[in-house]
Design a protein around this ligand. Structure first.
Ligand SMILES: Cc1cc2nc3c(=O)[nH]c(=O)nc-3n(C[C@H](O)[C@H](O)[C@H](O)COP(=O)(O)OP(=O)(O)OC[C@H]3O[C@@H](n4cnc5c(N)ncnc54)[C@H](O)[C@@H]3O)c2cc1C
Length: 398
């Protein structure tokens, strides 16, 4: 087995965009000149060039992905007189899988036979579980120490990245795989149905600059030996499935080729507000409350409790397998015309460059540092990610 824990420097290097999960593999180009036979077949694609500089930074956000090497926990157990349905440990996929996992939660709640349910946690997994329960007639109260915008879910990039930093191949089981596949299928469909309906879910063109258009990238994150899209997803669920290759002279990026795919993206702040509002509109309640120990569960009136506390499950339920994977995003103001995602890496660049436009800003870079629980932005990572974006996108042909 490959070493699971990389040294910090190697991870920071990888953090630029191999972790973005939108197909930006950050493949280092060789700078090789494309063969003469690849003359442009069509007029060059015209895209607005982003204006990136350090003085345009408006904020940097940090979030901790709740990772478990054996993948998320989705099961019911008895804790004293309560039935606890666990739904936590989603790594870099919590925004992607929540609707489907919520259906599985509702199935487990049906077996418990009660109509009143408590949901612990107000991130995407908690709120989507609450909504799937409400759709099936349950009376739901969410209890949470923090609510949007103060959740990890609000700090995500975010988009349909159902395999990112989720599970190690060698820790998968057939039963877990079946849970995963069902969740991915249901979620992909439900997220698509939210497009154009004020939930901040949309399709967006994504350009991956490369010198080898046949190299498939994205999903998972092999630096840590996590399972990838290729390991976990049937072809019809792969986010980068629909590809269009632009050759030399056909695109504005400073790499020989650009591979366009279409990604399902989420504006996390808009999305979280919209789904929380739905919980309230459909009669749910939200109670701000911290549960210090497992004994505190006895104090809620509901006898069925859905645990969506993410990393909080490490202390609340003693799950020692949970490990934080730090993520960090830097934003500049949104730019008119920059309505596409892009990433790439040129020879000599230590970090890949990436941009992701959202309504609340143009996101630059990303990060995955396993085991780092600090919520403080790392100035070195800001410097590296923004400089990489300046180096790469300033070479775009305007
Ligand atoms: C930079 C970054 C980029 C990402 N990009 C993507 C992406 O593109 N696609 C994707 O699918 N995912 C992405 N993710 C991952 C995604 O954000 C997480 O998987 C998801 O947010 C985890 O949700 P959660 O419910 O576990 O955590 P949270 O959203 O933090 O919710 C946990 C809830 O539990 C509550 N809680 C915890 N402990 C207690 C307690 N003891 N008592 C009471 N309440 C408690 C908290 O207050 C909170 O309300 C990204 C993450 C980061 C950091």
């Amino acid at each position: 087995m490959r070493a699971i824990i990389m040294n910090r420097r190697a991870l920071l290097k990888a953090g630029g965009l191999a972790v973005a999960g939108f197909g930006f593999g950050g493949c280092r180009t060789t700078g090789a000149v494309a063969p003469a036979s690849t003359a442009p077949r069509r007029p060059p694609l015209r895209l607005a060039t982003p204006q990136i500089s350090f003085d345009r930074i408006i904020r940097t956000t940090v979030g901790l992905r709740p990772h478990r090497d054996s993948g998320f926990v989705l099961k019911a157990e008895k804790v004293g007189a309560k039935t606890v349905i666990h739904n936590y440990g989603h790594g870099g996929t919590g925004m992607s899988l929540s609707w489907g996992l919520g259906v599985a939660v509702a199935d487990l709640a049906r077996e418990a036979g009660e109509r009143r349910v408590a949901v612990l946690g107000c991130g995407a997994p908690g709120v989507c579980s609450a909504r799937q329960l409400q759709r099936r007639g349950y009376d739901v109260t969410i209890y949470a120490a923090t609510v949007p915008p103060d959740t990890t879910s609000n700090m995500s990039l975010a988009g349909f990245t159902p395999t990112t930093a989720l599970v190690m191949n060698e820790r998968r089981t057939p039963a877990w795989d079946a849970q995963f596949l069902r969740a991915a299928e249901i979620s992909y469909r439900e997220l698509q149905l939210l497009v154009g309906r004020d939930y901040g879910v949309y399709w967006i063109d994504t350009y991956n600059g490369t010198d080898d258009p046949n190299r498939r990238v994205g999903g998972g994150g092999n630096e840590n030996n996590y399972a990838t899209d290729a390991d976990l997803l049937p072809d019809y669920l792969r986010p980068n499935r629909l590809r269009d290759i632009y050759g030399p002279g056909e695109h504005p990026f400073p790499t020989p080729y650009a591979v366009r795919s279409i990604a399902l993206a989420i504006d996390p702040n808009k999305y979280m507000d919209a789904i929380v509002k739905d919980v309230l509109v459909f009669g749910g309640k939200i109670v701000i409350r911290t549960f210090a120990t497992i004994a505190d569960l006895a104090s809620v009136p509901e006898s069925v409790i859905v645990n969506c506390t993410g990393l909080g499950s490490a202390t609340l339920f003693g799950d020692t397998e949970l490990v934080p994977i730090k993520g960090q995003l830097t934003l500049i103001p949104p730019e008119a015309g920059v309505n596409y995602r892009a990433g790439g890496r040129l020879p000599g660049m230590e970090t890949g460059a990436s941009i992701n436009p959202r309504s609340d800003g143009l996101v630059i870079g990303n990060l995955q540092v396993r085991g780092d629980a600090s919520l403080t932005p790392d100035p070195e990572v800001i410097k590296r990610n923004v400089q990489a974006a300046i180096d790469y996108f300033s070479k775009m042909k305007g």
